[in-house]
Design a protein around this ligand. Sequence first.
Ligand code: FAD
Length: 220
Amino acid sequence: MRDRILITGASVAGTTAAWWLGRAGLDVTVVERTPGFRDGGQNIDVRGVGREVLRRIGLEQAALDHGTEGTAWSRRTARSPHSSSPPIRVRTDRPPRWQSCAATWPGCAYFTIPREADDDRLWRWYNAPGGRSVSLRPDRHGTARAMLSVQQPPGGEQDWDADRRKAWLRERFADAGWQTGRVLDGMATTDDFYFDVLRQVRMPRWSNGRVALKPYRLQG
Ligand SMILES: Cc1cc2nc3c(=O)[nH]c(=O)nc-3n(C[C@H](O)[C@H](O)[C@H](O)COP(=O)(O)OP(=O)(O)OC[C@H]3O[C@@H](n4cnc5c(N)ncnc54)[C@H](O)[C@@H]3O)c2cc1C
């Protein structure tokens, strides 16, 4: 009899693990609690190991066919109105400390807004002074996916409702420049506003007997 594997969750990690384990000859069952696929969502960035996995599964071209063509960095020469500090230099002689990242990046909002004539097939990313960034990605539905992110110590944003979060973002990004005005206008009427804070889950171990965790990150 073939070994039997039960996988909980039919998202990226679950379906990928099922595909490989099935190929290895195991009898795999995947269970998923949600009743169907979500139609909405954001573009997904696939790099490094994630792209290698797609390649080996034979899905790389299919993903490219649905994707944007690359990233364009939108620059602006501005200094933060809140700080006279010199530019931050990142030390590269130490490994990254992820816990400090989690302590300073509380908020990220994603939503869909109308596309405009000069939206091309590039994902455009703009870093504004004050730890803010704005990005715009065209999708294949005739609209554009927008993101606003803010780096600052957490202030309880995870407990706010959508209206309060939108009001906070509108105020926080009011002077950000670039295409932010259009993004904020789109945020006011969008029907797929999503906001989350960056969190880190630290597990004391990754397996317990015959049960193992399988986190997945497409960016590798
Ligand atoms: C807004 C946003 C943008 C992101 N953008 C990117 C990106 O561009 N590139 C990138 O690499 N990553 C991105 N990520 C991270 C990426 O989405 C996750 O790393 C990835 O989805 C993790 O995959 P997973 O299969 O491990 O878990 P999940 O995608 O969380 O899937 C878990 C699945 O298990 C199901 N499940 C949970 N409990 C049970 C249960 N008891 N019984 C049955 N089913 C259950 C859930 O319904 C779900 O379908 C983003 C995340 C967010 C929130």
